[in-house]
Design a protein around this ligand. Sequence first.
Ligand code: ADP
Ligand code: MG
Length: 579
Amino acid sequence: MKTVLKYYRKYWYLIIISLAFLAGEAICELQLPSYMSGLLEKGVGTSDMAVIWSYGWKMILLSVTACVCAVTVGFLSSIIGSKISRDLRFDVFSQVMNFAGEEYNKFSVSSLITRSTNDITQIQMLTIISLRLIMFAPIMGVGGSIMAVEYSGGISSLAWVIAVAILIIIVLIVIALTIVQPKFARMQKQIDRVNQIAGDELNGMMVIRAFNTQKYEEEKFDKANAELTRTSLFTSRMMALLMPLMTVVMNAIMLTIVWIFAGYVEDFSQIANMVAFMQYALQVIMSFMVISMIFLVLPRARVSINRISEVLNTPISIKNAEGKEQPTGERFKGDVKFEDVSYGYGGGALAVENISFEAKSGQVTALIGSTGSGKSTVVSLLPRLMDVTSGKITIDGIDIRDINIKDLRNNIGFVPQKNMLFSGDIASNVGYGLENATAQDLQKAVDIAQASEFVNSGEKGFEKEIAQGGSNVSGGQKQRLAIARAISKKAPIYVFDDSFSALDFKTDAKLRQALAEEMGDACVIIVAQRVGTIKNADRIIVLDDGKIVGEGKHKDLLKTCKTYLDIAKSQLSEEELDL
Ligand code: ADP
Ligand code: MG
């Protein structure tokens, strides 16, 4: 609650102004019935046209003022609501951008999307409704009561009528609240679920078609959709029922008032009193209805407020060390060292254990091992996509946790195993995140990555469109563009996580040769499945089940490391093995 309230502080002046206009509107509305009564008693009662006109003009003026105030308040509250939801969306988004894997897993992507759209809209609606009502209802309630007493013509039973009406309304609202409230929390979760299934199905469209599982997926979606519909129908029906009930209560009150007055009417002034009293009674009851309306909107918004606060209050696990908040633009030489590093996902069982090795600048260090042996985990620790559970990683002797994260990542050209291109064109993808990359830089990166043929053969060259997620280029092309993207960073450290697997042998070889020529004194870390890819590496590290089982050059490993020999045997011919 506090987290979100903070956002209102920024717009306090707009809030004050709209409250002032609200007060103005309320005061005008409070005056109207008394003028009406005066008009009836002194004007219509005596048929004096001059009096009728003078009351008439005042009433018109009051109505117009009230109307102008109401419009202004509507205008201001929409502005406040939209601005607050914009600020919230921005902060939620930047918070999520800083999330590490662990935090993502806590929420799930679909829930994060619902939270930054639907939940924030709920808060926006609450803002608009409550701004309109918070000030207005109390003034009308208190002011209306005072005025009503004045016009009650000395009939004491009238006060009881209003009290009973208010009681009935409160009871109705409390009943509705207890029934509806628990449904709201469930509803937001069901929206999450619908978003999740829709997202899964849209992303996995190809798989769904290939496996002919449309029907199954449709049923899955249908079920989640039906559940959401049921909950939202239920809450809407409850709300819909409430309105006519309220109207019945109101009309019953009006009838009672007329009935009670009927016994007392002796002259025209009593009729004038009755008209004014009825209107004030209406205003008092209305103000209570309106206040209770807030209690109906509040529970749903409170669920949303909690969901937003949860995101905003989640501590970021990967942070800059104290005193290192500002990037310095530091360039490293690129000597990477892992010292007894272990890591377990989500603090659970260790995925990699006691990893110690060095990757020096100017050298190629290779990691090889079967799938699931922990290669990707090891290299993801270097740019701090996750933080080590124990041990430490240093660059040029400095613990990476003591380097500004921006500096650290600027020093690493990273090609993740799961490649991702962004919608845009080739140039924006290859020069991703670079402010002043020249056309030559991009061309060079593309040349090294062996993608120039495919880039330049296209009609549009670097302007060729890339669809969302890179779905309009082949796996190998995507990989090469991702490699070019890393190379164009001109970093002292490069990490290629299984980046050559979708390339044919010839391209693989050419790419490695170009890398060797161009990388100079960079520190290159290559994760590979194919022995051929890393045969010439300066140092090969063999991983098995999260542990290092061998380290050395290709020739030595064949003799000393059984795991490596097995991998090599399964891929190379007898002559190539050269034992
Ligand atoms: P490799 O890259 O060698 O194929 P990974 O480093 O991807 O292997 O995976 C090593 C181990 O860590 C596997 O057993 C895998 O199940 C586990 N793992 C990988 N990613 C995650 C994750 N995001 N959450 C939990 N466990 C994971
Ligand atoms: Mg991997």
